[in-house]
Design a protein around this ligand. Structure first.
Ligand SMILES: NC(=O)CC[C@H](N)C(=O)O
Length: 225
């Protein structure tokens, strides 16, 4: 499957995502933010980084570039679209799912290994995991706190739009395991149809044992499957 790796000015995880898609036996191809037609691709990944220097809000400027309309078409067509970290921020700024990502409670950048639990294994990115499976995966962000009001969060649970939650190594959802103050420990969400997943942790940085974990690789192999 041909996978578009979307690049904005300031994207910096594109090479790692390209490699992870190759490991998963997909056919990655870089696509710039100016592209207006993604019909030749089976899916897309929006990688992390600091697009446009995170000015205004992380992801805000990228969400107004030409490629977003073609990504929206892809999402509406039911093709798999994954937003990682800055990619998740861009996806939420473009309203591909509900809620927002804002400043971490600690008000600074955090880069560390965390654990997340698979809450929804019915998306194209999570179907090779078991529901409740705990993944070791790194985070690296300053604006990674997920927020939505109570009513929206309730609706998201009802529609199975909560995909990952921060937890401890045993899978307990605790306040200590929440690195950034996200509502309800939410680390990743999806759209109602489930084909667009947006998460703050970096699966591509956990795609080979040499990196410290390969728990993230299945997001890419699930996508290609
Ligand atoms: N690793 C990344 O994608 C960085 C995310 C984002 N620019 C932030 O710091 O919030």
């Amino acid at each position: 499957m041909k996978v578009a790796i979307i690049k904005f000015l300031g994207t910096n995880c594109d090479g790692d995502v390209f490699h992870a898609v190759e490991l998963a036996k997909g056919e990655p191809e870089y696509v710039w933010f100016t592209e207006q037609n993604l019909d030749n691709f089976g899916g897309a990944v929006i990688p992390g980084g600091f697009s446009y220097g995170d000015h205004l809000r992380a992801g805000a400027i990228s969400s107004k570039t030409p490629v977003i309309d073609s990504l929206r078409k892809m999402v509406n067509d039911g093709k798999p679209v994954l937003g990682i970290c800055n990619g998740a921020q861009i996806g939420l700024e473009a309203n591909f799912s509900k809620g927002i990502l804002t400043d971490n409670n600690c008000a600074h950048f955090i880069c560390k290994w965390v654990y997340i639990k698979v809450e929804n294994n019915e998306t194209p990115f999570t179907k090779q995991y078991k529901k409740g499976q705990v993944l070791k995966i790194p985070i690296a962000h300053a604006e990674g706190k997920f927020y939505a009001d109570e009513e929206t969060v309730k609706e998201m649970y009802e529609k199975n739009m909560v995909v990952f939650k921060y937890c401890d190594a045993e899978g307990n959802i605790t306040e200590e395991a929440n690195p950034n103050g996200s509502v309800d420990n939410i680390a990743g969400v999806c759209n109602e149809a489930g084909n667009c997943v947006l998460l703050m942790p970096h699966p591509e940085r956990a795609s080979e044992l040499e990196l410290g974990s390969n728990d993230g690789l299945k997001m890419f192999t699930s996508m290609i499957e």
